[in-house]
Design a protein around this ligand. Structure first.
Ligand SMILES: [Zn+2]
Length: 301
C-alpha cells in the first residue's frame, strides 16, 4: 500500500503548497482522494498516469477539496480517455460538474459516472475482489465523509518445497492455490495449510479530511493500519478549531490513540504556522507513531 501526498494544506493554493489531494495505491488500484486545485500538475510531477485512475473519492464540496476535479475530468477527455470514470462524493457534485461541462459544451467522450452520497451512517460504497471502500461520516461545516479503504485477503501462496516433498504432481498446484486439500495415492490427505504460505495480512487506510474533534469517530477506526487525520490547527488555536469545525494535532492524536491505529499521518495544515514539525511535536506527546504529510511525500505501508 502506497500513499502519495499531492497536497495537504488548508484553504488556498500557494506558491509552494497545494490543497488536499492524494493518491492511494492499494491492491493494484490507483485511487485519487480529494482533488484540490493543482492536482493535475502534481499527478504529472509524481508521474501518476491519468489513465490508471478509475475511481475518485471526494470528501466534501469545499473548494480546497474539489476545485481541481472539473479540470482533471476535462483533461482526461483531451487525452482521449474511453474508460469509465467513477466519482464518489456528496450530493450536488454531479450538478456542479455537469453544469461546467454543459456550459463549455465539453461533455466527456468517456462514461462519467457519479455516485452521490447522502447517508450520515457508514456505508459500503465500493467493493470488488481486491478492496472495499466504506464512508466515514465526519462532522464539518457541510456534509462530509472520510473513506475507509480495506484490502481483501489475498490467495494463499503455494509452498513448492512442501508440495515436492509430498511428491505432488504439478497438475494439482492450481487446486492447492485455490485452497483445496490434496489426497495422495496412498490415501493420506494433506491439509492445504501444509502446502501453502499465509497470504500477506490485508491492510487498511482511513482518510479523515475536515472534521471537528469527535470522540465517536474512533469507534469506526478501530485497528486500522494507517489513519490520515486532518490537523488544521495546534492546541493554541483550539477554540478556532472548534468554531470552524476542524481539529488540532493533539485531537487527531487522541482519535488515533483511542482507535489504536498503527500509524497516524497528519495533514491539512493551516499555513499560519512556521513549521509543520510543530504538529508532530504536539501529536507525539500522546501518540508515538506520527508521520507528517507534505506535498510530494510518499509513504509505503
Ligand atoms: Zn472543509
Amino acid at each position: 500500500m502506497r500513499l502519495t501526498i499531492l497536497g495537504c494544506y488548508a484553504a488556498t493554493p500557494r506558491t509552494l503548497t497545494n490543497p488536499t489531494a492524494q493518491v492511494l495505491e492499494i491492491n493494484n488500484h490507483i485511487i485519487l482522494i480529494d482533488c484540490g486545485e493543482g492536482t493535475q500538475v502534481e499527478l504529472r510531477r509524481r508521474k501518476v498516469k491519468f489513465s490508471r485512475i478509475n475511481y475518485i473519492f471526494i470528501s466534501h464540496l469545499h473548494g480546497d477539496h474539489f476545485f481541481g476535479l472539473p479540470g482533471l475530468i476535462s483533461t482526461m477527455r483531451l487525452l482521449g480517455r474511453e474508460k469509465e470514470l467513477h466519482v464518489y462524493g456528496p450530493k450536488g457534485i454531479k450538478e456542479v460538474i455537469t453544469l461546467l461541462l454543459k456550459l463549455g459544451d465539453s461533455w466527456t467522450n468517456y462514461p462519467l459516472l457519479f455516485h452521490e452520497l447522502i447517508s450520515k451512517e457508514p456505508e459500503l460504497v465500493f467493493e470488488d475482489k481486491k478492496i472495499s471502500v466504506t464512508t466515514i461520516p465526519l462532522n464539518h461545516r457541510i456534509y462530509t465523509n472520510g473513506f475507509l479503504f480495506k484490502e481483501k485477503e489475498g490467495k494463499r501462496k503455494l509452498n513448492i518445497d512442501a508440495a515436492q516433498n509430498y511428491g505432488i504432481d504439478k497438475a494439482y498446484y492450481q487446486n492447492i492455490k485455490n485452497g483445496k486439500d490434496i489426497t495422495l495415492d496412498n490415501g493420506e490427505t494433506i491439509r492445504n495449510k501444509e502446502l501453502t504460505f499465509d497470504p500477506p495480512k490485508p491492510k487498511s487506510y482511513a482518510f479523515c479530511s475536515d472534521t471537528v474533534y469527535d470522540t465517536n469517530l474512533s469507534e469506526q477506526l478501530k485497528g486500522v493500519d494507517v489513519l490520515y487525520h486532518e490537523s488544521t490547527f495546534l492546541e493554541s488555536e483550539s477554540e478556532l478549531a472548534t468554531k470552524t469545525k476542524h481539529s488540532t494535532a493533539l485531537q487527531a492524536a487522541k482519535t488515533a490513540k483511542a482507535a489504536n491505529v498503527k500509524t497516524l499521518v497528519l495533514g491539512h495544515y493551516s499555513t499560519r504556522y512556521k513549521s509543520i514539525e510543530l504538529f508532530k511535536e504536539e501529536a507525539t506527546t500522546i501518540f508515538s507513531n506520527v508521520l507528517l504529510a507534505d506535498d510530494g511525500r510518499a509513504f509505503d505501508f
